[in-house]
Design a protein around this ligand. Structure first.
Ligand code: GLC
Length: 530
């Protein structure tokens, strides 16, 4: 059913698995690869085509696995390479594809490359990282800041007086992509996973990698004040010299050549503010697609959401990976409202995203209508633990509630890796999976749309009517009416039609007159003649 060749992923439905919190198969309180294999059939029933699994490589876990100390193995906490092979085999049996998360901007400081770099200043591995002389006053070489607070520079543990660069934690030293040897290492890493049968890579911090060769200061746009959240400190600078360098797209052109023989997809995480930059990454020579991160962070502002969607439709040329939530931001359902209203709004936008060109991702738990987790124990996210308890990302990372037994059936351990308040039966998979009126069942009917109505991705997209908070699209015989307004919207379809989908039961009304779409709902109709 999915298109073949390099573009097989277009029109498919992805699902982000945050491995720590998906399902624990071995009773250590943390999700693992066998836990994913055991539950893949549930995702298959839901209608998922592609799973993206967050990092499971050996890691000291300072940034929950995004600090990799070996790129070609599995951390014992998550299983073994054989478990990974089993997962791929199970996915293949079910006709599902697997994307792994690759972290090329930085490694862990415990990676043997970094260990060699600080053990011997003459080691070739020294050139794998970015060591720079101190400023004349002995401070960091420039004004770059880390995403997680403090300067992006830490003194060389080798005692040279130099600093090394880290756009994230000091335990996540940035790799030096100006050194061709780093690309050669990643050639092997990418090939290793392609040979193990992965279908694509989610590329972490794809807008990072290369840095200004002169390491100039970033322009500062507003003052940084004491106690500012690290996110706000970061946004106080224009990241023209540490991120978004033009050389990075050239690196991805090389990656494309590496993965070409395996037809693997390159899907970037690019935190771009400038939409032209997004287009440069997904121009067909480098990455296939990139996440539209703005949507995963926005609150409920219907006009802004719609305008962002339309901007990316134009800029991405089909290379948009739509997602309302991910493991780095509060969940959409909490950002959009509380309870049913949040679910309603999330479904209206997701149904529209499914009708746009690209690939649509759902973040684990979205299909259950999960709000942010309530933390009951210590914070785990370094954003909180290293910044005096600043709001962090743990709220999006709570264990998935499978049933209403102890710890929601996620684990048999006495504790989970992240302590969160138990969730009510109504929010569990067990309760929702057989209930046709559940959020899970409604997501399932939404996810099957692209299979049931292939015109949703195969016919050209035509914007028929665009208002500030509503949109009417044509796709061959289909009309998609997205009404994100808080009032109903009327539309007069041509000729007779069938209602194919409503994001809310009964959202399409009108009794023979104009079609009336309820507030905050998306409806898909099909011309009857077709
Ligand atoms: C990405 C990941 C995030 C991680 C960061 C550093 O943004 O999604 O979880 O902390 O990169 O690797």
């Amino acid at each position: 059913m999915l298109p073949g060749g390099r573009n097989w992923w277009r029109g498919s439905i992805g699902y982000e698995i945050y491995i720590r919190s998906f399902f624990d198969s071995d009773g250590d309180g943390m999700g693992d690869l066998c836990g994913i294999s055991a539950k893949l059939d549930v995702l298959d029933t839901l209608g998922v085509d592609v799973v993206w699994i967050t990092p499971f490589y050996p890691s000291p876990g300072k940034d929950q696995g995004y600090d990799v100390s070996d790129y070609v193995d599995v951390d014992p906490a998550f299983g073994t390479l054989a478990d990974f092979d089993h997962l791929v085999a199970r996915a293949t049996e079910l006709g599902m594809r697997v994307f792994v998360d690759i972290v090329p901007n930085h490694s862990s400081d415990e990676h043997p490359w970094f260990q060699a770099a600080i053990a011997d200043v003459d080691s070739p591995y020294r050139q794998y990282y970015i060591f720079r002389d101190a400023a004349p006053d002995g401070g960091p070489p420039n004004n770059w800041v880390s995403h997680f607070g403090g300067p992006a520079w830490t003194l060389d543990p080798a005692g040279t007086g130099k600093y090394y660069c880290h756009l994230f934690l000091p335990e996540q030293p940035d790799l030096n992509w100006a050194n061709p040897a780093v690309l050669e290492e990643f050639r092997e890493i990418l090939t290793f996973w392609c040979k193990r049968g992965v279908d694509g890579f989610r590329i972490d911090v794809a807008h990072g990698l290369t840095k200004d060769p002169q390491f100039r200061d970033n322009p500062q746009v507003r003052p940084v004040t004491p106690g500012m959240h690290p996110k706000d400190v970061f946004a106080s600078y224009q990241h023209v010299h540490d991120l978004h360098r033009p050389e990075t797209t050239k690196i991805f052109e090389e990656w494309r050549r590496i993965v070409q023989p395996y037809d693997a997809v390159l899907l970037g995480e690019m935190d771009v503010r400038n939409i032209e930059r997004f287009t440069e990454y997904v121009d067909g020579k480098g990455l296939d697609a990139g996440f539209v991160l703005k949507l995963s962070a926005s609150n409920w502002e219907a006009a802004t959401i719609l305008s962002d969607l339309m901007t990316y439709v134009r800029a991405a040329h089909g290379g948009a990976a739509w997602a309302l939530s991910n493991h780095d931001q509060p969940r959409a359902i909490s950002r959009f409202g509380v309870g049913e209203i949040g679910v309603r709004r999330a479904m209206a936008v997701t149904a529209l995203m499914i009708a746009l060109d690209g690939i649509t991702f759902v973040y684990q738990g979205e299909e259950l209508g999960l709000p942010d987790a309530v933390l009951t124990g210590v914070a785990m996210d370094p954003v909180s633990t290293r910044n005096d308890g600043a709001a962090g990302r743990d709220v999006a990372r709570g264990p998935l509630p499978w049933d209403s037994s102890k710890l929601n059936g996620f684990t048999t351990a006495p504790h989970t890796w992240l302590d969160t308040a138990p969730l009510p039966a109504a929010l569990t998979v067990a309760e929702q999976i057989d209930d046709p009126a559940s959020t899970w069942a409604r997501y399932r009917s939404m996810m099957e749309l692209r299979r049931r109505l292939p015109a949703l991705w195969s016919e050209p997209l035509e914007i028929f009517d665009r208002q500030a908070t509503s949109l009417v699209l044509f796709r061959g015989p289909l009309t998609i009416i997205a009404n994100l307004d808080d009032k109903p919207f009327e539309f007069i379809p041509e000729g007779e039609y069938l209602v194919e989908f409503e994001s809310q039961p009964g959202a399409a009304g009108g009794d023979g007159g104009p079609l009336r779409i309820d507030a905050e709902s998306t409806v898909i109709i099909r011309r009857r003649a077709d």
